[in-house]
Design a protein around this ligand. Structure first.
Ligand code: GAL
Length: 343
């Protein structure tokens, strides 16, 4: 384990970058946002390749204007229609930070706060954030811990939380992957398989219509591995609405246990990543909005040069009775896992 300065915030506060390694991979994590900054895995020749987009120092993360690169997104990831919901008969209002809707919980994201490093060693780091009652508009005082754990052939991210009131908890990792190496260009030739027979159609504001769509015979079908670019320009309404893949897939046979959600492969490096999660859904966002982002090591990130796989409850699920509920009961443990395994 190594720790080094990651730069000063505009407040003058110092930040730290932690580096953890095992034989297969190396990650770096910042105490600002608890964000994952680098993830090096080995290609076919055994050369380390950094497969996540990011910034060289904390200023990039502090100044980030809506990409959420490498972030932990909470208390609720994705969109909430009309920036509000009812819980136990009470109306809660959130920031309207995308038109009249709420995206990734609003103007004061967890990714722009300092997290407290609770423990760190050679293969794991745990960071803690306290989110007080009505923070971002959500009820209840919540303790949240994110743990990054290096395993023999991958990385496990765990979210543990508890809250003193019933609340919404739907926190995820928002890393942009490029399995050919960060800054190496388009991800359109990456091959992806998603273990999902259905998906969540959305309108022109990326808000779920409430339907659950069948992928069969549509460009949303990733049940058999295919290149991201293969059907991305197809004439299909919900795909037009979002300007490319930016949807939630419903992981088959969800029962609260870990399931393999995604297998993705970089066409240039042959790096293969499998994602497992115990969330019911996974958002695949192919970086449609990336535009001239000045990233690590002089690289510039443009449209579709990174791909997010965000395990989570379906978008706006707090407002849909036919979606799995993201409500966590008072004083009940919240525990979710995301595992990235490499070949
Ligand atoms: C994703 C979302 C996209 C976009 C992005 C941030 O999670 O699906 O629509 O908002 O975050 O730029």
């Amino acid at each position: 384990m190594k720790s080094e300065g990651f730069g000063k915030l505009t407040t003058g506060e110092n930040t730290t970058l932690y580096t953890l390694s095992n034989e297969q991979l190396t990650i770096t994590v910042s105490d600002f946002g608890g964000s994952m900054v680098n993830l090096w895995v080995k290609d076919k020749q055994g050369n380390p390749v950094d497969i996540v987009l990011g910034f060289d120092n904390v200023s990039g993360y502090e100044g980030d204007d809506g990409t959420y690169i490498g972030c932990n997104v909470g208390r609720n990831a994705n969109r909430i229609h009309n920036a509000g919901f009812f819980l136990n008969g009470k109306k809660y209002e959130l920031d309207k930070n995308e038109g009249t809707n709420n995206l990734h919980s609003g103007f004061n994201p967890y990714s722009k706060r300092m997290w407290k490093v609770n423990s760190v060693n050679d293969n794991s780091i745990s960071l803690f954030l306290f989110s007080p009652h009505m923070d971002q508009g959500f009820p209840g005082n919540m303790d949240l811990t994110v743990t990054y754990l290096l395993e023999a052939n991958g990385l496990k991210i765990t979210y543990d939380a508890s809250c003193d009131e019933d609340t919404v908890i739907n926190i995820t990792n928002h890393s942009y992957f490029n399995l050919n190496g960060q800054g190496s260009g388009t991800i359109l030739k990456h091959k992806v398989k998603i273990n999902a027979d259905s998906f969540i159609p959305v309108d022109t504001n990326s808000i779920p219509t409430g339907d659950i769509g069948n992928v069969s015979g549509t460009p949303m079908d990733f049940t058999v591995s295919k290149a991201i670019g293969k059907d991305i320009e197809s004439d299909f309404e919900t795909l037009h609405n979002t300007g490319g893949y930016d949807h939630n897939w419903c992981i088959n046979n969800y029962d609260g246990t870990l399931k393999e959600a995604v297998v993705a492969e970089g066409d240039m490096t042959g790096i293969k990543m499998m994602i497992f999660t115990d969330y019911p859904g996974i958002q695949m966002y192919v970086g449609n909005f990336l535009d001239d982002i000045k990233g690590k090591e002089g690289k510039v990130y443009n449209r579709r040069e990174g791909i997010c796989f965000e395990p989570q409850f379906y978008p706006d699920s707090v407002n849909h009775e036919n979606f799995y509920s993201p409500v966590c009961k008072a004083n009940q443990p919240f525990h979710k896992e995301i595992i990235y395994r490499f070949e």
